[in-house]
Design a protein around this ligand. Structure first.
Ligand SMILES: [Zn+2]
Length: 474
C-alpha cells in the first residue's frame, strides 16, 4: 500500500522515534481519500520497532475497524483513532506519542503554563487531560476519550503519553513535538522560585493568537521529519534464543553495550549469566564494558572458583554466586550503578509505576540492603540473601542495584525501565503541587498490562534500535 500518505506516515513515525518523542509504544494513523485508515501495527513480538518501520508494515483498516490489508495486528488504541475520524471530518492523522516531560506534568497533576511562543496556543483553553492510565481499547473507551478531546488538537493521558490530531500526519507530528517542547520549558521555569511579584512571564492569549496566525504552516514540518527520519541508525544484536555458551557470551556483550550507552554501567558493574549445564556462570570482568569482547568474559564455578577467561572475575562474584544458588529460576543478573535509581533509594523514595511501558519493573518486589557495602564479605552477603526472598530487584544502598531474571535481555530491560520510571518519578514528584502525590498506575491497570503491553524482549529490540550504528559499519 504505497501511497503518499503511507510514505509520510512512516517518515513521521521514524522521526518522532529518533527525536525520542515516542518509544516502542509510538503509534500513528492516517485517513486515506477512500475513507480507509492506514495505521502502524501493535508493538511486540517480531514486529518492527517504530524507528525501523516501513510502508510494508502498515495495516489498512476500513471505517468499521476491519483489517483489510497488512500482516500485523492493529494497535490496541485503534478504536480511538476511528472514533476521532468519524466525529471530525477535518482530521487526517492521529499520533500517539510518549513525550517524557509532558508525561511528568500529567503524572504530577500540574498544568503547564503558556511559556513558549508558538506552543502556547495549545493551552488556550487548557490542555485536556484524560484517564488514569487505562488503555483506550474498545468503543466505549474511545467515545469517552473523544468526548474529553472535544475539538482540541492534543490531549495528555497520564501514564500513556499524548494523542495529537491534525489535518496531515506532519501536523499531528508537529503537535506531538510541541507539547514536549512546552513541557521542557515549563520544567526549567518551574525549577526557579517565583519572582518577587509572584508572577512568571507568560504568553497572554492575544499574543498567542497573533503568533499562531503567523507561524510556519504545518506542512513545512514534513521536510524536517523526512530529514530526521533519514538519520536513523540501529545496531542489531545477536540471536536472543541462542543458549549455547558462545551465544550467551554474545548476548552478554550486547547487554553491556546497551547498559553502557545509557550510563548504567561503565567498568565496575557486572553481568552474570548461568551456564547451560548449570555448573557455574559467565561473569563480566572489570574493564570498559561498552567495548567488552565475548572471549574476555570469565567462567566461574558454583563454588566461586575462577575456571577460565583472560581476566579475573571481580569479587562481586560471591554475591552473584549466592543469588544464583538461592534462586534456581534466575538465569541472569545485571548489577548496575545507576544515577536516578541510586539517588532515589538514598532519598528513601519508593519508585512507583507512572508509565505503562516497563511498569512491571517499578511495581515488582524490590528489597533494599541497607548497609553501605561492596558485598564482598560473607556476613554482608548473608544479610542481603536473607532479605532477597523472591524479589526481582535488590538495591544495595549507596552502591547499586541487581536485576534478576530468566534472560540477560529481560534483566537488562529491567535496569533500563526502572531508570526510566525513576526519571519520571523524580520529575513528577518535583513538579507535583505541594502535598500531592504523583498519579500512580492502579492495581486494576497493572493487572492487565501483561496482556496489553509489549514484553521485555520487544523492549530489548526497541532499545537496541536506539543504539548508534557501530563506527565503520556504514
Ligand atoms: Zn557495584
Amino acid at each position: 500500500m504505497s501511497t503518499p500518505e503511507a510514505g509520510d506516515l512512516v517518515q513521521v513515525v521514524r522521526a518522532l522515534s529518533a527525536l525520542r518523542l515516542g518509544d516502542l509504544r509510538l503509534a500513528a494513523s492516517v485517513r486515506l481519500p477512500s475513507g480507509h485508515v492506514l495505521t502502524t501495527p501493535r508493538p511486540g513480538d517480531a514486529r518492527p520497532v517504530p524507528g525501523e518501520l516501513t510502508e510494508a508494515d502498515l495495516l489498512e483498516i476500513d471505517p468499521d475497524g476491519r483489517v483489510i490489508g497488512g500482516r500485523w495486528p492493529a494497535p490496541l488504541t485503534i478504536a480511538a483513532d476511528l472514533e476521532l475520524y468519524r466525529r471530525r471530518p477535518g482530521i487526517g492523522a492521529v499520533v500517539h506519542a510518549q513525550p517524557v516531560t509532558a508525561l511528568a506534568f500529567a503524572a504530577a497533576g500540574r498544568p503547564m503554563e503558556p511559556l513558549t511562543h508558538t506552543e502556547s496556543t495549545l493551552l488556550y483553553p487548557a490542555l485536556p487531560v484524560h484517564g488514569r492510565g487505562e488503555a483506550i481499547a474498545g468503543a466505549a473507551a474511545a467515545r469517552a476519550f473523544a468526548d474529553a478531546l472535544g475539538d482540541r488538537p492534543v490531549a495528555l493521558l497520564p501514564s500513556q503519553g499524548s494523542i495529537a490530531v491534525g489535518a496531515t500526519i506532519a501536523e499531528a507530528g508537529m503537535l506531538s513535538h510541541q507539547v514536549e517542547l512546552l513541557a521542557r520549558v515549563n520544567e526549567v521555569a518551574a525549577s526557579q522560585p517565583l519572582p518577587a511579584d509572584g508572577h512568571r512571564r507568560t504568553v497572554p492569549e492575544t499574543d498567542s493568537a497573533r503568533i499562531s496566525a503567523q507561524k510556519a504552516p504545518a506542512a513545512d514540518f514534513q521536510d524536517f521529519f523526512d530529514a530526521v527520519a533519514d538519520e536513523r541508525t540501529s545496531r542489531p544484536g545477536p540471536d536472543t534464543g541462542d543458549t549455547t555458551e558462545a551465544g550467551l557470551r554474545r548476548r552478554i556483550v550486547a547487554a553491556c553495550e546497551l547498559l553502557y550507552h545509557h550510563g548504567l554501567i561503565q567498568s565496575l558493574e557486572h553481568v552474570s549469566v548461568r551456564l547451560p549445564d548449570r555448573s557455574g556462570f559467565l561473569m563480566t570482568p572489570r574493564r570498559h564494558l561498552g567495548r567488552l569482547r565475548p572471549e574476555e568474559i570469565a567462567v566461574v564455578g558454583m563454588d566461586g572458583t575462577w575456571r577460565s577467561g583472560p581476566l579475573p572475575p571481580p569479587p562481586f562474584l560471591w554475591l552473584h554466586r549466592d543469588m544464583l544458588a538461592a534462586r534456581p529460576e534466575v538465569l541472569a543478573i545485571v548489577h548496575t550503578h545507576q544515577l536516578l535509581v541510586r539517588g532515589l533509594v538514598m532519598a528513601g523514595a519508593v519508585i512507583r509505576p507512572l508509565y505503562r511501558g516497563g511498569a512491571q519493573w517499578a511495581a515488582a518486589r524490590a528489597v533494599v540492603h541497607e548497609t553501605p557495602d561492596l558485598l564482598f564479605n560473607p556476613d554482608q552477603r548473608a544479610a542481603a540473601l536473607a532479605i532477597l526472598g523472591d524479589a526481582v530487584v535488590m538495591h544495595e544502598a549507596s552502591h547499586g542495584s541487581d536485576f534478576l531474571s530468566d534472560t540477560v535481555e529481560a534483566a537488562t530491560v529491567g535496569a533500563l525501565q526502572l531508570e526510566r520510571q525513576a526519571r519520571l518519578w523524580s520529575l513528577a514528584t518535583r513538579l507535583a503541587p505541594e502535598g500531592r502525590e504523583p498519579l500512580v498506575l492502579g492495581a486494576d491497570v497493572l493487572a492487565r498490562l501483561a496482556d496489553e503491553e509489549p514484553d521485555d524482549l520487544a523492549w530489548w529490540r526497541y532499545f537496541r534500535s536506539e543504539l548508534p550504528a557501530r563506527p565503520g559499519s556504514g
